[in-house]
Design a protein around this ligand. Structure first.
Ligand SMILES: Cc1cc2nc3c(=O)[nH]c(=O)nc-3n(C[C@H](O)[C@H](O)[C@H](O)COP(=O)(O)O)c2cc1C
Length: 219
């Protein structure tokens, strides 16, 4: 395993910047974009739930339909790639969806029954997300943001720009994509979107809180 130099990694973190203006003529090569999607797919998730799907929106007509509901941002046209990250709805411990998680781990018989009890307590008491469809969806959405971050940071390490997008009308965007038959709205919903491409101008340096403001060592 190659160990990457911390300064190189931090340089990528400094370089990554939410990009609101792309060079519309520059496209990310397919193999590089597939690598970014792999960084999403390989991301960690609570109990290995992987409650995500990545819809890569390359169709110009569809992008035009979405644009008015995405605050009219020009990057809906100029991004090399746009990903709508979907989060699983109703990812309860007692659903077939959770059964698949246990299948992937090869859990059967007593082991499976035991882990199901653990997941039941986890979801119903410890993290208490069974109160509503919304709390359960938000839990799945949280996992998708890990994939989001990994894709954006990985892209920055490859010199590719990105911008996370929460600024859109969730109801309309979900309706448009579901009406296109891209997912079953009873099973999935858009948690966040992200654009990728190449910046066409310098982006002003970050104005972050200081290390001391956000870190506390407890010894
Ligand atoms: C979850 C999330 C959603 C965001 N949504 C938008 C958005 O809709 N439009 C936008 O221009 N920037 C959006 N941003 C970018 C933030 O404004 C930006 O990350 C922040 O100002 C810090 O700047 P930087 O990303 O360039 O370091 C979003 C960021 C995150 C993490």
């Amino acid at each position: 395993m190659t160990i990457f130099n911390k300064d190189d990694i931090l340089n990528a973190f400094h370089y990554r910047a939410s990009t609101r203006s792309y060079d519309g003529n520059k496209k990310i090569p397919a193999d590089e974009f597939n690598a970014i999607l792999e960084m999403g797919r390989l991301s960690p998730s609570s109990v290995g739930s992987e409650p995500w799907q990545f819809l890569v929106l390359q169709n110009a007509n569809l992008r035009q339909k979405l644009k008015p509901y995405c605050w009219g941002i020009p990057t809906m046209e100029t991004s090399s790639h746009i990903v709508a990250i979907l989060a699983k709805k109703n990812a309860r411990y007692d659903t077939p969806y959770f059964g698949q998680i246990m299948d992937r781990r090869g859990l059967q018989g007593d082991d499976r029954a035991k882990i199901m009890e653990v997941y039941k307590k986890f979801q119903s008491e410890d993290i208490a997300i069974l109160e509503s469809d919304r709390t359960l969806f938000d839990w799945a959405s949280k996992q998708t943001y890990i994939a989001l971050a990994n894709m954006m940071t990985g892209a920055a390490m490859m010199g590719i720009d990105s911008c996370p997008i929460e600024g859109f009308d969730y109801q309309e965007v979900n309706r448009i994509l579901a009406d296109e038959g891209l997912f079953d709205p009873n099973e999935w919903g858009v948690s966040v979107m992200v654009t990728f491409g190449f910046r066409d101008k310098e982006i002003r340096p970050k104005a972050r809180k200081t290390f001391e403001q956000v870190v506390k060592f407890v010894e």
